[in-house]
Every structure is written in C-alpha cells, then in structure tokens.
Write a protein that binds this ligand. Structure first.
Ligand code: 13P
Ligand code: SF4
Length: 345
C-alpha cells in the first residue's frame, strides 16, 4: 500500500475537523500519489465538484470511467454509478467515499424480479436504465441513460417488444418520442423527480413567462409535455451556457451550482424541494478519508460484471463511445484552459 505524504487520520469525524483548504490540499496530494481520478456527478455538492477531475451526467461519467488511465477511480455519486465504473474498468480499483449513497429508483428492480418478467415475455428485448444494479444490467440486452434512451430504443427492431426498467417516467418519455406501443415499463420511479407537480411549474411560469422550461426525463409525463426541452443533467449544463432565463426541473443542487457559475442569469428551480439526499452524502471529509484508507472498494462477482459490461458496451457503441481529444483540445488542456467536459460524440 502506498503511504500518504500527510499522516492519515483514523476517522471521518477527524477529517471533518480539518479546514476546507487542508482537506482540498490532502485530496490533491493523495490523488497524485495514487494516480487516482475523481469523478463527480452533476448533483454533487459544489465542494466535491470543485475537486473532481471530471464532472458530468451518467453517460459522460461512464465514458470517462471506460477511458481513464488512472489506477484508482474515486466515484462521487451514487452506488450504481460507481458500480458502472467498475464494470467498465475492472482492472482499476473503484472507491466510493460513502457506500450508503444508493439510488432508491435502482432498488425498484432486482435480478430476480426482472428474470420473472422476462419469462413472461420471452421475445422481448430488455433495455435497462443505468440507474440499476449490476445484477439487473447483467440480465439486460442493452443499457441506456437519460441522454441516450430514445437513441438506444431506436436500435431495437420496431416489431420486437421491449421491457424497459426501472423508470416508468423515462419509459413513457421514450414511448412518446418513438411512438412505439410495445414497451413494457417497470413501475419504478425517482421520488426526487416524480414528486415535482404541475402546480409548481405553473407558478414558476407565472413568475418567469419568458423562461425556457428544461426538465429531466425522470419527471412525470404531464410535466414533460409542457417542457421546451427534455434533457439529461449535462444537457442542462449546456443549456445554461446558451440561455439567460431557465426554469429547470431537476435536483436542486444542479441549479444552485449553475446559478453560482452564471450569477448574471436567472435559473428557477421547478421545485425547491427536489433534493437527492443520497447524492449529498459525499463530503470532502469522507473523500479525503476514502483516499487515505482506500475504502470503500466496489466489487462484484466476475460473471455478473462480464454480462453487465456487454449491455453497457452496447450502449456506449450507440452513443459513439469515447472520442480522444483533438490536438487543439490537448493543447488547451495543457495550458489549463480546457473546460471540464466529456469527449463523447
Ligand atoms: P443524468 O444521467 O441525467 O445525470 O441523471 C442521473 C440521475 O440519477 C438523475 O436523477
Ligand atoms: Fe436516484 Fe433520483 Fe437520486 Fe438520481 S436523483 S440518484 S434517480 S434517487
């Protein structure tokens, strides 16, 4: 085991008593020693995003995990995201600062439950949202994310039924976009997005009649019907670059972060109550502890990993996989001016 330059402390509580500056310094130093990369989801608290080497949505993060040449990936997100990184980069050590950061939507479906539904529809293809366990991915034909669900479904022959798990709202969005009548949705949902209601959107629109409405596809159909744009979290980050006034229907933290980055613009949360506690479980103190103690490592049985990887790689192939940065992007990155973004197609 590589010894840290700073002496490690024993407990997360002890790290919690250090200043923000010291935690950041320790994290940066330890990251170099270990040749580690920190991947952070768009919903992470700003402190975590600031120390992340790469911030993005589920698709961009899985592309980055598949591509990185780091030895250790520290995943600041929720469990299925870290698991996805391990599936795609099995030779790397994947760590989670807080193993309790789960995704209640992913818990809606188990491998056993999916096998039972497959037995009832033996001709169906299984399209699985990445917000799912490795075991469920292993039972699937192909995975998708919020950024590519429609594109992925369009690769399945029109006359073949599709079992779509676990998000009923994303399934409905795909049905509306493709016009297919042979999609069998699982009855799962994300409470953070499913709890957003029409009244909240109407109030926000009354106050901001000129704002563009951007909503995540995990929200209910009646909201998506009224959106100007339905897109993933990274899609929202890109929209914020180009527009001055947005009503945004997703997790609150993303909106606070966008507002901090663009103080001159107006970003209105569709719902002020939309907060994912699991995403907020990661803190700088836990991250520093995780790097010093090389915990908590994400593992899974190899037979499950291999089958899950097939479904994920099929998705990455549909989304163009990873594209290496151009020489110009490399030059800018070396000069420290390349913005953090994915290299996906
Ligand atoms: P994105 O892939 O759009 O970042 O969404 C992940 C997620 O968990 C949204 O709730
Ligand atoms: Fe899961 Fe919803 Fe949290 Fe996303 S916001 S991680 S879908 S619980």
């Amino acid at each position: 085991m590589i010894k840290p330059a700073y002496s490690p402390l024993s407990t997360v509580r002890e790290y919690g008593s250090l200043s923000r500056e010291e935690l950041v310094a320790r994290i940066q130093e330890r990251k170099k020693e270990l040749n580690a990369v920190i991947l952070g989801h768009n919903y992470q608290v700003v402190d975590i995003q600031d120390v992340s080497d790469f911030v993005g949505d589920s698709l961009a993060l899985s592309q980055e995990a598949a591509h990185t040449d780091a030895d250790i990936i520290v995943f600041c997100g929720v469990h299925f995201m870290a698991e996805t990184a391990k599936i795609l980069s099995p030779e790397k050590t994947v760590l989670m600062p807080d193993p309790g950061a789960g995704c209640p939507m992913a818990d809606f479906v188990t491998g056993e439950g999916l096998r039972a539904l497959k037995a009832k529809h033996p001709d169906a293809a299984v399209v699985t949202y990445v917000n799912s366990s490795a075991e469920v991915k292993a039972e699937s034909d192909i995975c998708c994310t919020s950024a590519n669900a429609v594109q992925v479904v369009e690769t399945i022959p029109e006359d073949q039924p599709i079992i779509f798990v676990p998000d009923r709202n994303l399934a409905q969005w795909v049905i509306d976009q493709t016009g297919r009548d042979n999609i069998i949705p699982w009855e799962g949902y994300c409470h953070v997005h499913d709890d957003m209601v029409l009244d909240e959107l109407e109030f926000a629109k009354e106050d901001h009649p000129n704002a563009l409405v951007v909503i995540h596809p995990e929200a209910r159909q009646e909201l998506l019907d009224r959106a100007d744009v339905v897109t993933s979290t990274s899609g929202m980050v890109r929209m914020a670059e180009d527009h001055d006034e947005l009503i945004i229907g997703t997790e609150r933290g993303l909106i606070d972060k966008l507002q901090k980055e663009h103080p001159e613009k107006t970003f209105v949360p569709l719902s002020k109550a939309a907060i994912c506690g699991n995403m907020k479980a990661n803190t700088l103190a836990k991250l520093a502890w995780s790097l010093d103690h090389l915990r908590f490592e994400v593992t899974m049985p190899e037979d499950i990993r291999v089958r899950a990887e097939t479904a994920l790689q099929k998705m990455l192939a549909v989304s163009g996989g990873w594209q290496d940065p151009t020489p110009e992007q490399e030059r800018l990155e070396m000069a420290g001016v390349r913005s953090k973004s994915c290299g996906c197609a």
